[in-house]
Design a protein around this ligand. Structure first.
Ligand code: ADP
Ligand code: ASP
Ligand code: MG
Length: 430
């Protein structure tokens, strides 16, 4: 169960530090020294207004990507523990630099690594879950200084091993800080001014949402809208933390992620069944063909993947009745080679078959709380995808989403067509 049975919040809810605000700045927002100074100035203003700040920062710019690429130059499949050790250095650079920029502006500030900030995680290197955040170190720090600068995306497990929370995980750090310190809102500063109907960098006509419900945001995030890390939304919903996604380059309000009032949700069901469209090009499809069509085969394959910590997303299986069966599933692209290596020996054990990976796929999804109760949406989606000449390779549906897998080369065209087909753009009928 996500979050663990005891949850991340130590004991008592309610604000532990009077006047505390919780901010998070992503990679672009701290991309160079000038931007770090700008962040420091914004925090200085908050302090001048009598606030204390717990601020989480990401690694500068594309640092994490570069660190991963460097590791891969030395080793084709880097050990996950060493990769975490390496990736975590990116955030440590940012916290030290931001603290120095703050001190230069006369603000009392101190940096803390994830472990120093009380983040206890499980031991899953590369995708660790937060088990608990001990608020004591942050409370102590904020008694002594005005700004605690926390390294996003990292923690340590019960053995003191350094762990990371999965790419994009600094959002989760920030929400967990808000939950642990009893702060009602977590402000996530990024390079767009809110959550849009789809990625505004891909589709310029995308419309900004004033508010979005946790459930819809969770789906969009899980389906590839990287504006928020999925687990950050999960923790926000679990602990009732409101997220304000906003631009680090302006002072305008952004998008509020919270529980929408039921009446508003009901109205949305008839007016606008689709809230947003997400595209994910970070997965690969694994095809397993020619396996015996007998009980237990799927269990063997997916148990082996689970034991190797390879998380599987969409799964489809062929039509039953033949003596041989085929199935396809998707995994994070980084894990595709590992998935093939894990499945291959299982096939030998169960009596044959072959496995291969296709890394050039895209998953396109429509999201909305009323999708399951609105007829005709699947047809409209498939029609828009067919209109750009893309073949649909896989389909999955739930009450709140419909996803299709297509060849990656159609991704942007199909996204534009689907966004348009559901009238989501700024000039659309909604
Ligand atoms: P940060 O480094 O601040 O964490 P990210 O790059 O992780 O920023 O996330 C912000 C990016 O998310 C935006 O620049 C945008 O391209 C992308 N994005 C994808 N889907 C959406 C969406 N629906 N609304 C807003 N941004 C989105
Ligand atoms: N620096 C990490 C990454 O690039 C974490 C984050 O930015 O949220 O994935
Ligand atoms: Mg991010």
């Amino acid at each position: 169960m996500e979050g663990g049975s005891h949850g991340i919040v130590a004991s008592r809810p309610g604000p532990l530090v009077p006047g505390l605000v919780v901010h998070k700045y992503g990679g672009t927002s701290v991309g160079d020294l000038e931007r770090i100074r700008k962040v420091a100035t914004r925090l200085q203003r908050a302090v001048q207004h009598g606030r204390k700040v717990a601020v989480t920062v990401s690694a500068m710019g594309h640092t994490t990507d570069r660190l991963v690429a460097t590791a891969r130059e030395l080793h084709a499949r880097p050990d996950r523990r060493e990769l975490d050790m390496l990736m975590a250095t990116g955030e440590q650079v940012s916290i030290a630099l931001l603290s120095l920029a703050l001190q230069d502006q006369g603000v009392r500030a101190r940096s803390l690594t994830g472990a120093q900030a009380g983040f206890l995680t499980d031991g899953a290197f590369g995708s660790a879950r937060i088990l608990q955040v001990d608020p004591a170190p942050l409370v102590r720090t904020l008694e002594q200084v005005d700004v605690a600068v926390i390294a996003g995306f990292q923690g340590s497990d019960a053995n003191g091993e350094l762990t990371t929370l999965g790419r994009g995980g600094s959002d989760t750090t920030a929400v967990a800080v808000a939950a642990a310190l009893g702060v009602a809102e977590c402000q996530i500063f990024t390079d767009t001014d809110g959550v849009y109907t789809t990625d505004p960098h891909l589709i310029p006509s995308a419309a900004k949402l004033e508010r979005i419900d946790y459930d819809e945001m969770l789906e969009l995030a899980a389906l590839g809208a990287k504006v928020l890390h999925p687990r950050s939304v999960w923790y926000a919903r679990r602990y009732g933390v409101r997220i304000h996604v906003r631009s680090s380059f302006s002072f305008h309000d952004g998008t509020i992620v919270s529980a929408l009032p039921r009446a508003q949700e009901a109205a949305m069901k008839t007016d606008r069944p689709v809230t947003g469209v997400a595209i994910d090009t970070e997965h690969a499809r694994i095809d397993v063909v020619g396996v015996p069509d007998v009980p237990g085969v799927a269990a063997r394959i997916f148990s082996a993947l689970g034991a190797a910590n390879v998380n599987v997303d969409m799964i489809i299986q062929g039509v039953p009745g033949n003596s041989r069966q085929q199935m396809s599933f998707t995994v994070p692209r980084d894990l595709a080679a590992e998935a093939v290596d894990v499945v291959r020996p299982v096939l030998t054990e169960i009596g044959g078959g072959d496995v291969r990976a296709d890394e050039a796929i895209a998953k396109l999804s429509i999201v909305g709380v009323a999708i399951g109760s609105t007829p005709g949406l699947a047809g409209r989606l498939f029609d828009a995808v067919a209109g750009v000449g893309a073949n649909i390779e896989m389909i999955t549906t739930s009450e709140v989403r419909i996803s299709v897998v297509i060849a990656k080369r159609f991704a942007e065209q199909a996204l534009a067509a689907v966004h348009e087909a559901f009238g989501l753009g700024r000039n659309g009928p909604t």
